[in-house]
Ligand binder design. Structure first.
Ligand code: SF4
Length: 393
Protein backbone atom coordinates (compact mmCIF):
# COMPACT_ATOMS: atom_id res chain seq x y z
CA UNK A 1 0.00 0.00 0.00
CA UNK A 2 1.35 3.40 -0.89
CA UNK A 3 1.98 5.98 1.76
CA UNK A 4 -0.74 8.51 2.31
CA UNK A 5 -0.08 12.23 2.02
CA UNK A 6 2.06 13.64 4.80
CA UNK A 7 0.39 16.78 5.94
CA UNK A 8 -0.91 18.69 8.89
CA UNK A 9 0.42 19.44 12.32
CA UNK A 10 -2.15 18.26 14.80
CA UNK A 11 -0.46 16.07 17.40
CA UNK A 12 -0.33 17.20 20.99
CA UNK A 13 3.37 16.47 21.13
CA UNK A 14 5.79 17.82 18.61
CA UNK A 15 8.56 15.70 17.16
CA UNK A 16 11.87 17.42 17.66
CA UNK A 17 15.31 16.55 16.42
CA UNK A 18 17.20 15.47 19.48
CA UNK A 19 19.78 12.71 19.76
CA UNK A 20 18.60 9.12 19.51
CA UNK A 21 17.91 7.70 22.95
CA UNK A 22 20.85 5.30 22.90
CA UNK A 23 23.17 8.29 22.47
CA UNK A 24 21.30 10.49 24.84
CA UNK A 25 23.02 11.22 28.11
CA UNK A 26 20.98 12.60 30.97
CA UNK A 27 24.18 14.26 32.11
CA UNK A 28 24.00 16.57 29.13
CA UNK A 29 21.54 18.49 31.29
CA UNK A 30 23.99 18.86 34.15
CA UNK A 31 25.90 22.03 34.60
CA UNK A 32 27.70 21.04 37.78
CA UNK A 33 29.42 17.95 39.16
CA UNK A 34 27.21 16.53 41.90
CA UNK A 35 28.41 14.40 44.81
CA UNK A 36 27.51 10.76 44.68
CA UNK A 37 25.43 9.34 47.51
CA UNK A 38 24.83 5.63 47.85
CA UNK A 39 21.42 4.53 49.09
CA UNK A 40 21.72 0.77 49.39
CA UNK A 41 22.03 -0.60 45.85
CA UNK A 42 21.14 2.74 44.22
CA UNK A 43 23.64 5.56 43.78
CA UNK A 44 22.44 9.05 42.96
CA UNK A 45 24.43 12.08 41.85
CA UNK A 46 27.53 11.94 39.64
CA UNK A 47 26.63 10.35 36.33
CA UNK A 48 23.84 8.21 37.75
CA UNK A 49 20.28 8.38 36.48
CA UNK A 50 17.61 10.29 38.35
CA UNK A 51 16.06 7.75 40.75
CA UNK A 52 12.35 7.40 41.48
CA UNK A 53 11.07 7.18 45.02
CA UNK A 54 7.72 6.76 46.66
CA UNK A 55 6.35 6.26 50.14
CA UNK A 56 4.06 3.56 51.48
CA UNK A 57 0.61 4.50 52.77
CA UNK A 58 0.25 1.40 54.91
CA UNK A 59 0.63 1.23 58.66
CA UNK A 60 4.33 0.35 58.95
CA UNK A 61 3.51 -1.76 62.01
CA UNK A 62 1.74 -4.09 59.60
CA UNK A 63 4.83 -5.51 57.90
CA UNK A 64 2.81 -7.82 55.67
CA UNK A 65 0.64 -5.05 54.20
CA UNK A 66 3.64 -2.75 53.88
CA UNK A 67 5.63 -5.39 52.01
CA UNK A 68 2.72 -6.04 49.68
CA UNK A 69 2.54 -2.35 48.83
CA UNK A 70 6.29 -2.13 48.36
CA UNK A 71 6.09 -5.02 45.90
CA UNK A 72 3.40 -3.25 43.86
CA UNK A 73 5.46 -0.07 43.87
CA UNK A 74 8.58 -1.90 42.79
CA UNK A 75 6.67 -3.53 39.94
CA UNK A 76 5.58 -0.06 38.82
CA UNK A 77 9.21 1.08 38.71
CA UNK A 78 9.83 2.50 42.18
CA UNK A 79 13.56 2.38 42.95
CA UNK A 80 13.76 3.64 46.54
CA UNK A 81 10.97 3.24 49.07
CA UNK A 82 10.30 5.24 52.22
CA UNK A 83 8.22 4.14 55.15
CA UNK A 84 7.00 6.26 58.04
CA UNK A 85 8.36 5.29 61.46
CA UNK A 86 6.13 7.09 63.93
CA UNK A 87 6.56 4.84 66.97
CA UNK A 88 8.41 1.90 68.54
CA UNK A 89 6.07 -0.66 67.03
CA UNK A 90 6.73 0.66 63.54
CA UNK A 91 10.47 0.62 64.24
CA UNK A 92 10.12 -2.98 65.45
CA UNK A 93 8.61 -3.97 62.09
CA UNK A 94 11.56 -2.58 60.13
CA UNK A 95 13.87 -5.65 60.31
CA UNK A 96 11.12 -7.82 58.80
CA UNK A 97 10.35 -5.20 56.12
CA UNK A 98 14.02 -4.76 55.32
CA UNK A 99 14.58 -8.50 55.09
CA UNK A 100 12.00 -8.88 52.31
CA UNK A 101 12.47 -5.59 50.45
CA UNK A 102 14.60 -5.71 47.32
CA UNK A 103 14.87 -1.94 46.76
CA UNK A 104 16.61 0.49 49.16
CA UNK A 105 14.58 1.22 52.26
CA UNK A 106 14.32 4.67 53.82
CA UNK A 107 12.96 5.32 57.31
CA UNK A 108 11.09 8.58 57.78
CA UNK A 109 11.68 9.91 61.29
CA UNK A 110 10.39 12.98 63.04
CA UNK A 111 11.24 14.16 66.56
CA UNK A 112 12.31 10.84 68.13
CA UNK A 113 16.03 10.27 67.92
CA UNK A 114 15.68 6.80 69.43
CA UNK A 115 13.50 5.77 66.51
CA UNK A 116 16.25 6.90 64.17
CA UNK A 117 18.72 4.73 66.09
CA UNK A 118 16.36 1.75 65.93
CA UNK A 119 15.89 2.25 62.18
CA UNK A 120 19.65 2.33 61.67
CA UNK A 121 19.99 -0.84 63.75
CA UNK A 122 17.29 -2.45 61.59
CA UNK A 123 19.56 -1.99 58.57
CA UNK A 124 17.68 0.68 56.62
CA UNK A 125 19.61 2.25 53.76
CA UNK A 126 18.76 5.84 54.55
CA UNK A 127 16.98 7.87 57.16
CA UNK A 128 14.99 10.97 56.42
CA UNK A 129 15.29 13.41 59.27
CA UNK A 130 15.41 17.04 60.14
CA UNK A 131 18.40 17.39 62.51
CA UNK A 132 16.68 20.42 64.01
CA UNK A 133 13.74 18.47 65.38
CA UNK A 134 15.47 15.51 67.00
CA UNK A 135 15.42 17.04 70.46
CA UNK A 136 18.64 19.01 70.57
CA UNK A 137 22.16 19.00 69.20
CA UNK A 138 23.44 16.21 71.43
CA UNK A 139 20.79 13.80 70.15
CA UNK A 140 21.30 14.84 66.55
CA UNK A 141 25.00 14.11 67.01
CA UNK A 142 24.26 10.63 68.33
CA UNK A 143 22.07 9.86 65.30
CA UNK A 144 24.65 11.28 62.89
CA UNK A 145 27.40 9.18 64.43
CA UNK A 146 25.28 6.04 64.19
CA UNK A 147 24.42 6.74 60.52
CA UNK A 148 28.07 7.43 59.73
CA UNK A 149 29.20 4.20 61.39
CA UNK A 150 26.49 2.22 59.58
CA UNK A 151 27.57 3.80 56.28
CA UNK A 152 24.04 4.79 55.36
CA UNK A 153 22.70 7.95 53.77
CA UNK A 154 20.63 10.69 55.33
CA UNK A 155 18.12 13.02 53.76
CA UNK A 156 17.73 16.38 55.36
CA UNK A 157 14.19 17.40 54.61
CA UNK A 158 13.51 21.12 54.80
CA UNK A 159 9.85 21.95 54.20
CA UNK A 160 8.52 25.47 53.83
CA UNK A 161 5.81 24.61 56.34
CA UNK A 162 8.22 23.72 59.14
CA UNK A 163 10.98 26.27 58.77
CA UNK A 164 12.83 27.42 61.90
CA UNK A 165 11.22 30.45 63.53
CA UNK A 166 14.35 32.62 63.38
CA UNK A 167 14.52 32.11 59.62
CA UNK A 168 10.85 32.94 59.19
CA UNK A 169 11.46 36.13 61.16
CA UNK A 170 14.65 36.97 59.28
CA UNK A 171 13.11 36.51 55.84
CA UNK A 172 9.59 37.59 56.84
CA UNK A 173 8.04 34.28 55.92
CA UNK A 174 8.96 30.81 54.67
CA UNK A 175 10.94 32.06 51.68
CA UNK A 176 13.22 30.05 49.38
CA UNK A 177 16.19 31.94 50.86
CA UNK A 178 15.17 30.85 54.36
CA UNK A 179 14.74 27.25 53.25
CA UNK A 180 18.20 27.23 51.69
CA UNK A 181 19.77 28.80 54.77
CA UNK A 182 18.12 26.12 56.91
CA UNK A 183 19.48 23.34 54.66
CA UNK A 184 22.97 24.89 54.67
CA UNK A 185 22.90 24.99 58.48
CA UNK A 186 22.04 21.30 58.59
CA UNK A 187 24.75 20.46 56.07
CA UNK A 188 27.28 22.40 58.14
CA UNK A 189 26.19 20.55 61.27
CA UNK A 190 26.54 17.17 59.53
CA UNK A 191 29.90 18.08 57.99
CA UNK A 192 31.16 19.15 61.41
CA UNK A 193 30.24 15.63 62.53
CA UNK A 194 32.13 14.13 59.59
CA UNK A 195 28.98 13.16 57.72
CA UNK A 196 28.66 13.91 53.99
CA UNK A 197 26.45 11.09 52.70
CA UNK A 198 23.66 13.63 52.59
CA UNK A 199 20.72 14.28 50.27
CA UNK A 200 18.77 17.50 50.55
CA UNK A 201 15.11 18.24 49.89
CA UNK A 202 13.48 21.67 49.95
CA UNK A 203 9.84 20.94 49.39
CA UNK A 204 7.01 23.42 49.25
CA UNK A 205 3.45 23.12 48.06
CA UNK A 206 3.92 26.39 46.19
CA UNK A 207 5.55 25.47 42.88
CA UNK A 208 7.47 28.72 42.17
CA UNK A 209 8.77 28.65 45.75
CA UNK A 210 10.10 25.12 45.49
CA UNK A 211 11.65 25.88 42.10
CA UNK A 212 13.44 28.89 43.51
CA UNK A 213 14.57 27.06 46.64
CA UNK A 214 16.09 24.14 44.71
CA UNK A 215 17.67 26.49 42.17
CA UNK A 216 19.30 28.59 44.90
CA UNK A 217 20.43 25.45 46.69
CA UNK A 218 22.08 24.06 43.58
CA UNK A 219 24.00 27.32 43.17
CA UNK A 220 25.35 27.01 46.71
CA UNK A 221 25.98 23.32 47.12
CA UNK A 222 26.91 20.15 45.29
CA UNK A 223 24.88 17.73 47.42
CA UNK A 224 22.32 15.65 45.52
CA UNK A 225 18.81 17.01 45.63
CA UNK A 226 15.61 15.07 46.22
CA UNK A 227 12.88 16.89 44.32
CA UNK A 228 9.24 17.12 45.23
CA UNK A 229 6.22 19.38 45.45
CA UNK A 230 4.79 18.63 48.85
CA UNK A 231 1.04 18.35 49.43
CA UNK A 232 0.63 18.52 45.65
CA UNK A 233 -2.91 17.19 45.91
CA UNK A 234 -4.98 14.54 44.13
CA UNK A 235 -4.05 12.79 40.90
CA UNK A 236 -4.99 15.51 38.40
CA UNK A 237 -3.77 18.69 40.10
CA UNK A 238 -0.93 16.94 41.89
CA UNK A 239 0.46 15.50 38.68
CA UNK A 240 0.37 18.88 36.96
CA UNK A 241 2.06 20.70 39.84
CA UNK A 242 4.70 17.98 40.13
CA UNK A 243 5.35 17.86 36.40
CA UNK A 244 5.82 21.61 36.29
CA UNK A 245 7.96 21.95 39.43
CA UNK A 246 10.02 18.80 39.11
CA UNK A 247 10.12 18.91 35.32
CA UNK A 248 11.35 22.51 35.22
CA UNK A 249 14.16 21.72 37.63
CA UNK A 250 15.21 18.52 35.88
CA UNK A 251 15.27 20.26 32.53
CA UNK A 252 17.66 22.76 34.10
CA UNK A 253 19.98 20.05 35.33
CA UNK A 254 18.74 20.10 38.92
CA UNK A 255 17.66 16.99 40.82
CA UNK A 256 19.09 13.55 41.38
CA UNK A 257 16.07 11.76 42.79
CA UNK A 258 12.39 12.59 43.06
CA UNK A 259 9.11 11.75 44.63
CA UNK A 260 5.82 12.80 43.12
CA UNK A 261 3.54 13.30 46.15
CA UNK A 262 -0.07 12.54 45.32
CA UNK A 263 -3.17 12.03 47.41
CA UNK A 264 -3.68 8.77 45.55
CA UNK A 265 -2.48 5.20 45.31
CA UNK A 266 1.34 5.56 45.48
CA UNK A 267 1.62 3.41 42.35
CA UNK A 268 0.25 6.48 40.54
CA UNK A 269 3.11 8.53 41.98
CA UNK A 270 5.59 6.17 40.39
CA UNK A 271 3.77 6.18 37.05
CA UNK A 272 3.70 9.99 36.98
CA UNK A 273 7.38 10.14 37.98
CA UNK A 274 8.31 7.89 35.09
CA UNK A 275 6.32 9.98 32.65
CA UNK A 276 8.13 13.11 33.82
CA UNK A 277 11.52 11.48 33.31
CA UNK A 278 10.56 9.90 30.01
CA UNK A 279 9.11 13.10 28.62
CA UNK A 280 12.41 14.87 29.32
CA UNK A 281 14.41 12.02 27.83
CA UNK A 282 16.19 11.43 31.13
CA UNK A 283 15.15 7.79 31.45
CA UNK A 284 13.59 5.25 29.18
CA UNK A 285 11.10 2.68 30.31
CA UNK A 286 8.40 1.00 28.35
CA UNK A 287 6.31 2.76 25.79
CA UNK A 288 6.27 6.44 25.03
CA UNK A 289 2.73 6.87 23.77
CA UNK A 290 1.75 9.72 21.49
CA UNK A 291 -1.84 10.33 20.44
CA UNK A 292 -3.44 13.00 18.33
CA UNK A 293 -6.06 15.11 20.12
CA UNK A 294 -8.74 14.08 17.57
CA UNK A 295 -10.84 16.52 15.56
CA UNK A 296 -13.72 16.64 13.11
CA UNK A 297 -11.79 14.50 10.59
CA UNK A 298 -11.62 11.57 12.98
CA UNK A 299 -13.57 8.51 11.90
CA UNK A 300 -12.88 6.32 14.88
CA UNK A 301 -13.64 6.56 18.62
CA UNK A 302 -10.12 7.81 19.25
CA UNK A 303 -10.49 8.27 22.99
CA UNK A 304 -11.52 4.66 23.36
CA UNK A 305 -8.87 3.40 20.93
CA UNK A 306 -6.15 5.37 22.74
CA UNK A 307 -7.32 4.15 26.13
CA UNK A 308 -7.27 0.55 24.90
CA UNK A 309 -3.80 0.96 23.36
CA UNK A 310 -2.51 2.58 26.54
CA UNK A 311 -3.81 -0.31 28.59
CA UNK A 312 -2.52 -2.93 26.17
CA UNK A 313 1.04 -1.57 26.05
CA UNK A 314 1.42 -0.99 29.77
CA UNK A 315 3.36 -4.18 30.37
CA UNK A 316 5.79 -3.65 27.48
CA UNK A 317 9.28 -2.98 28.84
CA UNK A 318 10.93 -2.02 25.57
CA UNK A 319 11.42 1.74 25.12
CA UNK A 320 9.10 1.90 22.12
CA UNK A 321 7.58 5.02 20.67
CA UNK A 322 3.99 4.22 19.70
CA UNK A 323 1.53 6.62 18.11
CA UNK A 324 -2.24 6.50 17.89
CA UNK A 325 -3.73 8.72 15.20
CA UNK A 326 -7.33 9.43 14.38
CA UNK A 327 -7.44 9.68 10.58
CA UNK A 328 -5.64 8.66 7.44
CA UNK A 329 -5.39 12.24 6.21
CA UNK A 330 -2.83 13.50 8.67
CA UNK A 331 -2.21 10.47 10.88
CA UNK A 332 0.45 8.69 8.84
CA UNK A 333 2.50 11.84 8.45
CA UNK A 334 2.29 12.72 12.09
CA UNK A 335 3.16 9.17 13.10
CA UNK A 336 6.22 8.87 10.90
CA UNK A 337 8.71 9.26 13.75
CA UNK A 338 7.07 6.52 15.78
CA UNK A 339 8.41 2.98 15.86
CA UNK A 340 4.87 1.70 15.54
CA UNK A 341 1.56 3.40 14.97
CA UNK A 342 -2.10 2.67 14.56
CA UNK A 343 -4.07 5.08 12.42
CA UNK A 344 -7.84 4.91 12.75
CA UNK A 345 -10.23 4.91 9.79
CA UNK A 346 -13.87 4.01 9.12
CA UNK A 347 -14.18 0.50 10.61
CA UNK A 348 -10.58 -0.23 9.73
CA UNK A 349 -7.17 1.25 10.29
CA UNK A 350 -3.54 1.27 9.31
CA UNK A 351 -0.69 -0.36 11.15
CA UNK A 352 2.61 1.41 10.63
CA UNK A 353 6.19 0.53 11.38
CA UNK A 354 9.09 2.99 11.09
CA UNK A 355 6.92 5.41 9.15
CA UNK A 356 5.69 2.83 6.61
CA UNK A 357 2.22 1.34 6.37
CA UNK A 358 2.59 -2.42 6.83
CA UNK A 359 -1.07 -3.47 7.00
CA UNK A 360 -4.66 -2.31 6.66
CA UNK A 361 -6.76 -4.13 9.22
CA UNK A 362 -10.30 -4.23 10.60
CA UNK A 363 -10.45 -2.04 13.72
CA UNK A 364 -10.73 -4.96 16.13
CA UNK A 365 -7.51 -6.49 14.78
CA UNK A 366 -5.40 -3.36 15.15
CA UNK A 367 -4.36 -3.72 18.78
CA UNK A 368 -3.50 -7.44 18.64
CA UNK A 369 -1.43 -6.76 15.52
CA UNK A 370 0.26 -3.79 17.21
CA UNK A 371 1.21 -5.97 20.16
CA UNK A 372 2.64 -8.65 17.86
CA UNK A 373 4.76 -6.04 16.09
CA UNK A 374 5.85 -4.56 19.42
CA UNK A 375 7.00 -7.99 20.49
CA UNK A 376 9.04 -8.41 17.31
CA UNK A 377 10.43 -4.86 17.22
CA UNK A 378 14.17 -4.77 17.76
CA UNK A 379 15.02 -1.38 19.25
CA UNK A 380 18.72 -1.97 18.64
CA UNK A 381 18.20 -1.91 14.87
CA UNK A 382 16.17 1.26 14.60
CA UNK A 383 16.89 3.23 11.45
CA UNK A 384 20.00 5.29 12.16
CA UNK A 385 19.65 8.98 12.63
CA UNK A 386 15.91 8.88 13.08
CA UNK A 387 14.71 11.11 15.88
CA UNK A 388 13.55 8.87 18.70
CA UNK A 389 12.70 11.48 21.14
CA UNK A 390 9.40 13.17 21.52
CA UNK A 391 9.31 16.29 23.62
CA UNK A 392 6.12 17.89 24.82
CA UNK A 393 6.03 21.49 23.79
S1 SF4 B 1 -8.04 13.08 13.50
FE1 SF4 B 1 -6.49 13.37 11.91
S2 SF4 B 1 -6.48 15.56 11.45
FE2 SF4 B 1 -7.63 15.26 13.36
S3 SF4 B 1 -6.12 15.57 14.98
FE3 SF4 B 1 -6.12 13.40 14.56
S4 SF4 B 1 -4.57 13.01 12.97
FE4 SF4 B 1 -4.97 15.22 13.08
Amino acid sequence: MSELPLAGNCVEEKIVSLPVLSDFSPRSFRTKKIREVKIGSVTIGGDHPVAIQSMTLTDTRDAKATLAQIERLQEAGCEIIRVAVPDDEAAAALPEIKKHTKIPLVADIHFHYKLALKAIDAGVDKIRINPGNLGGEARAKIVTKAAREAGIAMRVGVNSGSLEKDLIDKYEGPTPQGMVESALRHIQFLEDEGFTNTVISLKASNVPRMIEAYTLMREQSDYPLHLGVTEAGPMFTGSIKSAIGIGYLLQNGIGETLRVSLTADPVEEVRVAWEILKSLGLRTKGVNLVACPSCGRCEVDLLDLTRRVEEAVQKIDKPLHIAVMGCVVNGPGEAREADLAVVGGKGKGLLMKDGKVIATLPEDELIPALLREADLYDVSTRPAGKARFVASV
